[in-house]
Each structure stands twice: as structure tokens, then as C-alpha cells.
Design a protein around this ligand. Structure first.
Ligand SMILES: *[C@@H]1O[C@H](CO)[C@@H](O)[C@H](O)[C@H]1NC(C)=O
Length: 429
């Protein structure tokens, strides 16, 4: 069945809803960060992203800026975030100090992209896009293009130009975040349901990421946040397929759309006073150790998310060494997995869906330990990891984005039976 959707009307509706509810009309960007103790509790001061703006105007950065395809010269962050200078942070908007091996939460506002996506922005992936977190000690991003980094840097640090690595992949919808229930109501029912669970007016989304254990003391470690939020040809795709190209068959990317930002961390000695009472994992006294023992029974507003602390790659991508041709995800990690393949969804969402949203193993309950991570890349046991969007993207593309050993071989084996989107690739390779 072909679903037609009036984009202009949809965007207008989103704008109107946002305007009426008094929230910003922009998209999203990383805007706060805080350390997480090994039990998931947020500890210490809050830091901000690089060149935090006092108002929201201009804070989001979209690629490609004017639609069309991503170009090789599209910069990875906005101009004012390019160079790290003395004025990139201030007393009011500080850079966070962390120890190597610390977990941090990087927060963003969902801005309606989680709680109103099904009404106003239908043809988007059900995980509300994928956030890629890249890390580097090369802090000057002013000449760095999105394509130098995104889908190139790998988890082993050897991909692309080797100047950084892929640290984590996250579902933009973390399973618990929501904004204020707008004056015009809550057509999906998501905000209302989540508000009941978390008990606060609104809750920022978060991406938990571990600062590498080898991050050098005395240096600044930059984490680049890339939200892949493509417009798809239909509703119901689980995750974005990890390509820049538009597709030609199946549920495919119609318009690539990415938003980015960068958050810097001052890497201090694990026993440094600036860390407060909880020291870094390797500090002999006062350090929490590096073992995650997630305490789920604490308020959502002041803790991380269990599945994220257990598993760096909630969306499996070849760049993280997974033997997959494109992006895939286990539906149990996608909060609204019940909407995968559903078109059109009925509103408000039925209680069966709302009550059974996957919450990331963090909300309520008494599970003291974080859930067991899924098998490591390269291991034989891929267990319950299922392929979702992969079968419906032009996977000839996957061979271009794959750079590593086993994953590359797997993608190449698959390639002959797939069609290569020549149209897309000529324009910028
Ligand atoms: C978690 O650990 C922190 C730091 O050690 C501690 O202050 C906090 O009370 C703990 N929270 C829970 C719920 O165990």
C-alpha cells in the first residue's frame, strides 16, 4: 500500500504544535552532560556542549543544510563549534571534567520527535533516528567534513582517516524521555504515559557513553554527536539504514537529514579533586571501579539508562565490527518497537503499546545489575539480534561504508544480489 503524506502540512503541524506548547521549533542538539556513577546515578556538576548558546536560536545544525544529498564539503559541526577556543566554554556553560573510563550522559531535548513523531512526522524510523557518538582528541573540527567521520570512523579506531573512533550508537528515543504535554493535547499518548512513569513535567533524552579508558590525562576529549534522522519513503522502518544515499526500492531513505553537535571533556587524573567525592574508575580510593552495577530503582531524572551502560552499540552497524551489511537493531532495544512495520498507526496509541514500551531497563523495578550485553562483535553467537531495516535498503551501498575485516567480507558476499544506487553515489564520491 502506498501511503501519501503531505510534507508541508506535516511540518506545519509540527511547527504549530511546538508553537502552541511553548517549546522551541528547532530540532535537537546535545546540550547537557553529566557523569554517571557505576550504579547509574548522575553525579557532580552539569557541563554543556561546545559553544553553548544562551538561547535556542541557531543551536541546531542540520546536514545537508538545504536538502538534497549530503555533500563531501558539508562540515560536521556549525562554524561556531569548529574550533575549540578559550571562549568555547565559560563559568556559566562549563566543560565537564571526567576521568578516563567514566560514563557520561549526553542529553538532548526530543522536541516532539519522540512524542509526536507519528502524527506530525510519520515517515521516520521508529527508533526516531540513530545517534552516533564519535570520540577524538583532535579537537579542531573546523575543517572536518561529516563524511570524513560519519560512517567512516570505526569502533577500533582504524576506519577512515584514523583520527577518532565510533564509541556508541543510541536510539534517539531512549525509552523514557518526553516533553511537556502540550496545550493542544497528546494525540499519541506517549508524553502522558511517560509522565506517569517518571513523575516529572518533562525529561530530556540521554545517550550514555563511556569515555575511553585510554583517554589521555591533561587532554580534551571531544565527543561528536550525530543524529541520523532521514525521511523515509514510508512509515514503519525500524532504524535508519546507515547510508547517505537515497534509495530506490522498499522503504528507503527519501531525504537524508542529520543533526550534529560536539561535547568536550577535560580528562583529569582519576583521583583529581575536581571530580568531587566520586573519583574515576582507576583511582585507588574513592573510585567506583569500572564495573557497572546499575541501580534501577531510582528516579529517571537523576540516573542513566541500564541498557546503554551495558551495551555500547544498541544499533548494530558494520563500523562497530558487527557482521551485518547495514544498520540493524534488536527490537527489544527500540522503545516503540510495536510500531515497526505498522502503517498507519492508530491514535492515541493503544494501551497495549503504550504500557509495553521498552524502557531501556532503567525505569522502576529492582534489577540491581545491568542487563547482560549482547554478544561482542565477531563472536559466533549473534543470538537474538535481528535484522530490521537492512533488507529494505539498497545494500550495494553497504560495501562502501564497511571498512573492516569480517564485516567487509560479509557485505561483499551479499552485494551481487543487490542493486547499487549509482545515482546517489556518483554525486559525491
Ligand atoms: C550510587 O553511587 C553514588 C556514588 O557512589 C552514590 O552517591 C549514590 O548514593 C548511589 N545511589 C544508589 C541508588 O545506590
Amino acid at each position: 500500500m502506498k501511503i501519501t503524506f503531505d510534507r508541508t502540512h506535516g511540518l506545519l503541524a509540527a511547527w504549530l504544535l511546538a508553537a502552541l506548547s511553548g517549546t522551541v521549533t528547532g530540532h535537537s542538539w546535545p546540550e547537557q552532560t553529566i557523569r554517571l556513577a557505576p550504579n547509574g546515578t548522575m553525579v557532580g556538576k552539569t557541563g554543556t556542549e561546545r559553544a553553548h548558546l544562551p538561547t535556542d536560536a541557531g543551536a541546531d545544525f542540520k546536514i545537508p543544510p538545504n536538502g538534497g544529498l549530503v555533500q563531501p564539503t558539508d562540515k560536521i559541526v556549525r562554524d561556531s563549534q569548529g574550533k575549540l577556543t578559550d571562549s568555547s566554554y565559560s563559568d556559566k556553560f562549563p566543560m565537564l571534567s571526567v576521568a578516563a573510563g567514566d560514563f557520561v550522559a549526553i542529553k538532548h531535548r526530543e522536541n516532539g520527535h519522540v512524542t509526536r513523531a507519528d502524527v506530525t512526522d510519520k515517515e521516520r524510523p521508529v527508533n526516531r533516528g540513530t545517534i552516533y557518538l564519535y570520540g577524538t582528541t583532535e579537537n579542531d573540527l573546523s575543517a572536518v567534513n561529516l563524511m570524513d567521520v560519519h560512517l567512516k570512523w570505526t569502533s577500533d579506531g582504524k576506519g577512515g582517516n584514523g583520527k577518532g573512533k565510533l564509541l556508541a550508537t543510541r536510539n534517539y528515543d531512549d525509552g523514557q524521555c518526553y516533553e511537556k504535554v502540550p496545550a493542544v493535547g497528546d494525540p499519541e499518548g506517549i508524553s502522558t504515559t511517560r509522565k506517569k512513569a517518571a513523575g516529572v513535567d518533562e525529561l530530556l533524552c540521554q545517550s550514555n557513553v563511556q569515555i575511553p579508558e585510554d583517554a589521555p590525562v591533561g587532554k580534551v576529549y571531544s565527543v561528536i554527536w550525530v543524529w541520523d534522522w532521514p525521511l523515509m519513503s514510508a512509515q514503519g522502518a525500524a532504524v535508519p539504514p546507515a547510508i547517505y544515499e537515497k534509495g530506490t526500492e522498499g522503504i528507503v531513505v527519501v531525504a537524508p537529514q542529520l543533526y550534529t553537535g560536539v561535547v568536550d571533556y577535560k580528562i583529569v587524573d582519576p583521583c583529581d579533586d575536581s571530580l568531587g567525592s566520586l573519583k574515576g574508575p582507576t583511582c585507588a580510593s574513592g573510585g567506583g571501579g569500572s564495573k557497572v552495577q546499575f541501580a534501577a530503582d531510582q528516579p529517571a531524572i537523576s540516573r542513566g539508562i541500564a541498557t546503554q551502560m551495558a551495551e555500547p552499540f544498541l544499533v548494530k552497524v558494520p563500523q562497530a565490527g558487527f557482521d551485518v551489511p547495514s544498520a540493524t537493531a534488536d527490537p527489544k532495544n527500540i522503545p516503540l518497537a510495536a510500531l515497526i512495520g505498522v502503517t498507519p498507526a492508530e491514535f492515541p496509541l493503544p494501551a497495549s503499546i503504550l504500557q509495553n514500551m521498552n524502557k531501556g531497563g532503567g525505569a522502576g523495578g529492582n534489577n540491581a545489575a545491568a542487563p547482560a550485553p549482547t554478544p561482542a562483535p565477531g563472536s559466533e553467537d549473534e543470538g537474538d539480534v535481528v535484522v530490521t531495516a537492512t533488507s529494505i535498503v539498497p545494500e550495494g551501498m553497504a560495501t562502501e561504508t564497511v571498512t573492516r575485516g569480517g564485516a567487509a567480507a560479509a557485505a561483499n558476499t551479499d552485494a551481487p544480489k543487490r542493486r547499487t544506487n549509482v545515482h546517489g553515489r556518483r554525486q559525491y564520491r
